[in-house]
Ligand binder design. Structure first.
Ligand code: SAM
Length: 236
């Protein structure tokens, strides 16, 4: 998979994309990640990429010109047509189902906004999908892009080592994962449930399933109703 990130702050990506599972996935050549600075595609001598909103109002808006030029240039660097994703709090809220869907793409392109957001013609003209990572407003799309990239990369076949598995992770079955325990058996008077020490795999499996259901019912009943991610502002 090839991932392109278009941003005004490429340096923000460096550390989070250089450790652990993502580092290993890059080393195994399961994914290549390229960073591009939208400012390099500014057409004016001050390297501006933003301007005041038409109609008035606070803040600045990212102009379409530099984003289009950046996207058009980056598209030529690989023959695969990218799936273009704009990060915005107005998009459909990201979830595990979307991560699975994106993990089967050959090429993803993330466009991270800043300021008051993007000129609307960027979304329209690029035929981009808009994704949010939750109902709150961040200062920029970089962290949102990295959240999605992390969730997608760990799903690429071979990305997780033998010791990890995405199979039983929360949301894989629309359920939260069961509670996990490790050593010691007793910690500050809190005991590991007896069943997990029994060695009876069928019973352990059944217990875990019940715990998953109970936990989901209690903490995230919306998942059981199939009500997760029903954002009325959902786009593309
Ligand atoms: N004025 C915009 C609005 O109300 O929709 C918010 C702009 S926000 C300050 C700047 C940038 O941060 C956005 O263009 C987007 O790229 C990113 N961003 C903020 N919150 C986000 C979220 N929840 N999910 C994804 N991206 C987000």
């Amino acid at each position: 998979m090839r991932i392109d990130c278009l941003t005004l702050f490429p340096e923000m990506f460096e550390s989070p994309l250089s450790h652990s599972i993502i580092k290993r996935a890059k080393e195994k050549q399961l994914v290549e990640i390229f960073l591009s600075n939208i400012r390099d595609f500014s057409a004016n001598k001050h390297n501006n990429v933003d301007d005041k909103p038409y109609g008035g109002g606070p803040g600045m808006v990212v102009m379409p010109g530099p984003v289009f030029s950046c996207v058009e240039h980056i598209k030529t660097l690989s023959p695969d047509e990218p799936r273009i994703i704009i990060l915005s709090p107005q998009g459909k809220v990201f979830n595990q189902k979307k991560a699975i869907e994106l993990s089967s793409e050959k090429r993803l392109m993330f466009i991270a906004g800043r300021y008051e957001g993007f000129d609307e013609r960027i979304r329209e003209g690029l035929g981009a999908e808009t994704i949010s990572i939750g109902d709150y407003v961040l200062s920029g799309g970089e962290l949102a892009a990295m959240v999605i990239i992390d969730a997608v990369i760990r799903l690429l076949p071979g990305a997780l080592g033998g010791e990890d598995s995405a199979e039983n992770d929360s949301f894989s079955d629309n359920l939260l994962e069961y509670p996990q325990y490790t050593r010691p058996e007793v910690f500050r008077d809190m005991k590991v449930p007896e069943i997990l020490l029994s060695g009876n795999h069928a019973k352990i499996e059944q217990w875990r399933r019940e715990q998953s259901l109970e936990r989901t019912r209690k903490w995230r009943p919306d998942l059981l109703d199939g009500q997760d991610n029903k954002n009325p502002n959902q786009r593309g």
